[in-house]
Design a protein around this ligand. Structure first.
Ligand code: HEC
Ligand code: HEC
Ligand code: HEC
Ligand code: HEC
Length: 110
């Protein structure tokens, strides 16, 4: 390939990713903590961040005795601690109370 073509391709790619990236905002708790996109997105182009990546910073819930009151969303009788974080904690959208597909628990997901 000639240099001009490569340069054009690079420009297009850069524009594409700048646009793509600007459409995503972080949760305020992560913004305040100074996180970068790459803290969760270890691959490029961005793919959904894997749950293991959350756990590089956040302890596995069951290790934390006082994680929070019952019923524990992080350690339920159905899923144990295996439920993917993003069922509840969306990073780029409104989070969701997954349990309330069936129950009526009063907790708000940050
Ligand atoms: C705290 C972890 C975290 C941070 C920080 C984060 N993301 Fe994400 N991102 C996720 C998760 C989890 C998903 C998949 C589910 C969702 O959309 O919430 C995702 C999805 C995406 C997707 C869609 C990918 C796909 O194929 O579904 C894009 C694009 C993206 N993020 C871009 C960004 C950009 C740009 C930043 C920085 C401004 C950023 N993310 C910061 C966790 C994060
Ligand atoms: C690079 C480290 C890092 C990664 C990766 C990370 N977080 Fe965080 N997260 C933090 C820090 C720091 C805070 C703010 C301090 C705190 O509340 O622990 C925070 C806060 C949070 C909070 C809010 C706490 C509250 O009290 O409101 C939730 C929920 C959360 N993270 C979920 C996630 C999920 C889900 C993922 C994976 C998609 C993730 N985090 C990935 C570092 C990280
Ligand atoms: C079934 C929904 C659900 C799932 C799945 C879930 N969480 Fe949570 N999480 C919550 C709720 C609700 C809160 C709010 C705290 C409360 O109500 O006690 C919370 C709070 C948090 C907090 C704030 C600190 C704290 O102890 O309150 C962190 C950090 C967190 N979750 C991380 C994670 C990580 C990491 C995963 C994946 C391993 C995950 N969560 C999976 C519902 C969920
Ligand atoms: C697909 C539907 C569904 C979802 C989603 C669901 N549950 Fe349940 N859950 C049930 C049913 C059905 C029962 C048994 C009937 C009952 O006791 O209400 C039950 C029972 C329970 C019980 C009582 C179990 C016991 O020890 O006897 C708890 C606690 C519970 N769920 C917590 C949760 C939590 C926390 C979540 C989210 C992580 C959740 N459930 C998500 C359907 C669901």
């Amino acid at each position: 390939m000639d240099k001009k073509l490569i340069l054009t391709l690079l420009t297009v790619l850069t524009l594409f990713f700048t646009h793509y990236a600007s459409a995503k905002t972080m949760k305020s708790h992560h913004k305040k903590a100074g996180l970068n996109c790459a803290d969760c997105h270890i691959s490029k182009p961005f793919e959904a961040a894997p749950m293991e990546q959350c756990l590089t910073c956040h302890e596995l819930p069951q290790k934390k005795q006082d994680y929070h009151g019952a019923p524990d969303k992080h350690d339920s009788p159905h899923y144990g601690v295996e439920l993917e974080c993003e069922n509840c904690h969306a990073e780029h959208e409104t989070s969701e109370n997954f349990c309330n597909n069936c129950h009526e628990f009063e907790f708000n997901v940050p």
